[in-house]
Design a protein around this ligand. Structure first.
Ligand code: DGL
Length: 269
């Protein structure tokens, strides 16, 4: 592996929701150049067959590799759950490949006990990635996954702090599956935007694990260990999408904290 510290960090997601992860990375690692790809042409991944997600994820990774990325971060929880192995296999040792599930699993293992709620798309929950990864690792940990498919479209439409969002959030979090939990994992790119509302529902008595922050911290550690932290950023960030609309560009502000210019990229080889 001949990776250079001043090479960019590649990040991909099914759409622009992964900008929450890009934002957390930018905040923690301001010297790094980011190349982001949102596969808006194939959004949402949460309802897609795993073979489609694997295919898209591999093509997106090749795109980022062609941009000389030293790391490829699979920001999408659904793609991390079903396509990580395929991406790793295709990229080999040409770049470091990170997913958003393993750093959270690692964090949970460190604590090692309690009832853990996990909310995410149908794809993430049906993959059973969290119960499988945590199985047998700790006798006193119980994983309680729940698919919450209404949350993504709700957040994308800007319903995060009103009667509609409160009704949807309360209805999901009141399910038997999520009762008496100690922690809840926000296992989706979009959910950091409703972290406050989830905290309010649980009256701050349940630890809410924001995957975007956990992943940024993990990435920093990996770069430090490999001597790949960029001391100074000379290049601009780039944000690509496979399907450009003004609406996507407008929503970048919502997910990234500032509006960014989207470029049309193609993942068809
Ligand atoms: N990015 C997806 C995830 O984190 C959510 C949106 C979608 O279904 O594509 O699972």
């Amino acid at each position: 592996m001949n990776l250079k510290a001043d090479n960019p960090i590649g990040i991909f997601d099914s759409g622009i929701g992964g900008l929450t992860v890009a934002h957390a990375i930018k905040e923690l690692l301001p010297n790094e150049q980011l190349i982001y790809f949102g596969d808006t042409a194939h959004l949402p991944y949460g309802d897609k067959a795993s073979y489609s997600i694997k295919h898209y994820a591999v093509e997106l990774s090749k795109f980022l590799l062609n941009k000389n990325c030293k790391v490829i971060v699979i920001a999408c929880h659904t793609a991390s759950s079903v396509a990580y192995e395929e991406v790793k296999e295709i990229i080999g040792d040409q770049a470091i490949v990170l997913n958003v599930v393993d750093p959270i699993v690692q964090k949970l293992i460190e604590v090692g006990k309690g009832k853990i709620g996990v909310i995410g798309t149908k794809g993430t929950i049906q993959s059973e990635i969290y119960p499988n990864k945590l199985k047998g690792l700790s006798g006193s940990m119980e994983v309680r996954p729940l698919a919450t498919p209404l949350l993504c479209p709700m957040i994308e439409e800007g319903f995060i702090n009103d009667n509609i969002s409160r009704t949807v959030i309360d209805s999901y979090l009141s399910q038997e599956q999520l009762s008496n939990i100690d922690k809840i994992v926000l296992a989706c790119t979009h959910y950091p935007l409703i972290k406050k509302q989830v905290n309010e529902f649980y009256e701050n008595k349940v630890e809410v694990i924001d995957s975007s922050e956990v992943v940024a911290i993990h990435l920093k550690k990996v770069l430090e260990e490999r001597g790949l932290l960029n001391p100074k950023r000379n290049e601009e960030h780039h944000f690509f999408v496979s399907d450009y609309t003004q609406a996507f560009e407008k929503s970048t502000r919502f997910f990234f904290g500032e509006r960014v210019k989207l470029e049309k990229g193609s993942i068809w080889s």
